[in-house]
Design a protein around this ligand. Structure first.
Ligand SMILES: *Cc1c(COP(=O)(O)O)cnc(C)c1O
Length: 394
């Protein structure tokens, strides 16, 4: 069990005690960091201003190394298989663009796939003569495992799996889909941007080849942070598209040597303060106990999925069998943007997910946009009630 009073006291954005403050329901967008993250970032920026960025970083070498150790502990991977970056999209692309593609190769994407992933797939297909095909969803809305089985063959180079989409509560069956993809030798790249920090992640048990995630969403880290996991064998065999003196070593006048682990997917320069902040965010999550966090998130989204449909005119739009912490909905007669803006007048933060972010899924369902409410474990049930009452008042 989480100590709810403690996690709220640890969060500068939460109102103290019984005081009515904001209702923050956008951890799927950019969450409220715990104080330790804020303090870590600010303290490092201050230190850089005192002694310069190089000496300041040298003082924190152990903590910097621990960022990967902490992430590894969270997703069940070795630290050497983690590459830090500035966003999930960067990490996803770093892996994807390293995969050789030839004419006739097939790339499979998920119906709930994220626009950035699909755009990259289309760009590379155009350049290489590969094709991009969509894995259909089944009647529940999750990845159709039978259809995937029928679709795969040895020409499939990569399957892009979406764990949790940006536009709602769907949780895809990652382990099962991965088994099917790997049975024909395809690589599996898992977008876990919306699940890391709110659902259990186990890259080893799921046997995925790579995973991308961001810092600012459910992990409650700083903006401008993200990471890539790469299966150890691939981290020593794949060559990234772009290299620098950190990802490779200039080993002779005519030669270079790639870093012997996933750091070949990193560049040397980075926002050290943000990176330390990401480490603090992951350590904070590990201290709370990820299982406690996941349970608290599930409890809140289940509460909303029960309460919202009881309001006349409100339709919850979540699909699939298993659900995540993001609740998507529409309100008859109110554009999602208007709903967001009316709620913002009452200091309630939700966001709108537009069709352009998840084009295939939204088009298939005839939706132009949905309201997205994502309650992290620090949100109180009284705050959820305030949100539900405000939606009913529209
Ligand atoms: C937000 C999001 C991304 C992109 O994350 P960035 O850190 O902004 O690059 C990728 N996939 C999904 C499903 C997302 O929701």
């Amino acid at each position: 069990m989480l100590d709810h009073d403690r996690v709220r006291a640890d969060t500068p954005g939460c109102a103290p005690g019984a005081e009515p403050g904001q209702v923050f329901l956008d951890s799927a967008g950019s969450s409220l960091p715990p104080r330790v993250v804020l303090d870590t970032v600010i303290a490092h920026l201050r230190r850089e201003s005192e002694i310069g960025g190089y000496r300041a970083a040298n003082e924190r070498l152990d903590d910097l190394a621990d960022v990967k150790t902490a992430i590894g502990a969270l997703i069940n991977a070795a630290p050497a298989s983690i590459a830090l970056s500035d966003s999930a999209s960067r990490s996803w692309a770093d892996f994807f663009y390293a995969i050789p593609l030839a004419p006739g190769d097939r790339i499979l994407i998920s119906e709930a796939d994220y626009a950035s992933n699909a755009i990259a797939a289309l760009q590379r297909a155009r350049a290489s003569g590969a094709t991009v095909e969509t894995i259909p969803s089944d009647h529940t809305g999750q990845i159709d495992l039978d259809a995937l089985t029928a679709l795969v063959d040895e020409r499939v180079r990569l399957v892009s799996l979406l764990h949790v989409p940006t536009n709602g509560g769907l949780v895809n069956p990652v382990a099962e889909a991965t088994r099917i993809a790997r049975s024909v030798g395809a690589l599996v790249l898992l977008d876990a941007c919306q699940s890391t920090g709110q659902l259990p992640i186990d890259v080893t048990a799921w046997d995925v080849d790579a995973l991308s995630a961001t810092g600012r969403k459910w992990l409650r880290g700083p903006r401008g942070t993200g990471f890539l996991y790469v299966r150890p064998e691939l981290a020593t065999s794949l060559e990234p598209q772009r290299l620098d003196l950190h990802s490779a070593q200039w080993s002779g006048p005519d030669e270079y040597r790639l870093a012997p682990d996933a750091s070949r997917f990193e560049f040397w320069e980075c926002d050290v303060a943000a990176r330390l902040g990401l480490g603090a965010a992951v350590r904070y999550l590990l201290e709370l106990g990820p299982e406690n966090v996941y349970a608290a998130v599930a409890e809140r989204s289940a509460y909303l999925r029960k309460a919202l449909p009881e309001i006349p005119g409100v339709t919850v739009r979540d699909i699939g069998i298993r659900h995540s912490g993001t609740v998507s909905f529409t309100v008859d007669g109110h554009e999602p943007i208007a709903v967001r803006d009316r709620l913002a007048e009452r200091d309630i933060t939700v966001t709108v997910s537009h069709a352009g972010s998840t084009l295939l899924d939204m088009t298939a369902r005839g939706l132009a946009s949905v309201v997205r409410a994502s309650a992290h474990y620090f949100v109180s049930f009284a705050e959820l009630d305030r949100f539900v009452a405000a939606v009913a008042d529209l």
